[in-house]
Write a protein that binds this ligand. Sequence first.
Ligand code: MLT
Ligand code: MN
Ligand code: ZN
Length: 298
Amino acid sequence: MAFRARVLGAAAGGGLPQWNCGCENCGLARSGAIPSLTQSSLAVSADGETWAVLNASPDIREQIAANACLHPTGPRKSPIRSVLLTNGDIDHVAGLLSLREQQPFTLFATGEIHGVLSANPIFDALSAEKVSRQSIEVGTPFDLLEGMEATLFPVPGKVPLYMEAAEVQTDLEGEQTVGVELVCGPERIFYIPGCALVTERLADRIRGADLLFFDGTLWTDDEMQRTGVGTKTGRRMGHISMSGPEGSIAAMAEMGIARKIFVHMNNTNPVLRPVSPERAEAEAAGWRIAQDGMEITL
Ligand code: MLT
Ligand code: MN
Ligand code: ZN
């Protein structure tokens, strides 16, 4: 048994390039000068044969095609045993609609995230006979795969964009945004693709981890405004930024985490340009920037 993780999609919602965006990064990706990235998803395995997919992105069909470890081994025989959702955002759930072809798997999420799915009848396309929806209590370990235990825990975040009311709490800690702790043999791995703030509680949990995949949406809180693509701050979107005294790089500098990898990068993030000073700064601080197809074996 060895832990394997394959980054299926390293970008945040929208991907790189995003369909309606002509920002610097999207232009570079279109011209092939920097790699294009699909939307947020990670596959994990304890035996290299059966896999769990963490978040079902709208690009999942293409992601499965691009990663041979997820190819079917016979007619209607997928190595994907389970899918786990960390929130109800479109970039993390829309791919479920592409998994509707009478394939058995287990769908793990908190009760509230399952509630979001059940409130949308289009997800009934996943046959109740084949897809077992299991509600997971935060803090209670469960078997994600044979040989891999998972525990969900609340991280500061918000409800999905399409469910926002007039007043939005952006540091809500409950069942709407969760992180995942994986235990595989002696290894402790964390997957936290969306997080508004590194709280004391979160810091205590992830300290000393063997591997961390963490929210790399933005470099600076005002990046959407700076690049002219929007008016929202990172804080308003429920995403901590990488840089600055309140950013994730500073917050996690002294936590003894063996491997730190940013995932869920927004297309405006300068770290997506391999020769940028921001990428150099993140790497000098011990972080790697995920790419589609990146594989980590422990
Ligand atoms: C986010 O991570 O903030 C969301 O994916 C935004 C969205 O749904 O477009
Ligand atoms: Mn997202
Ligand atoms: Zn763009």
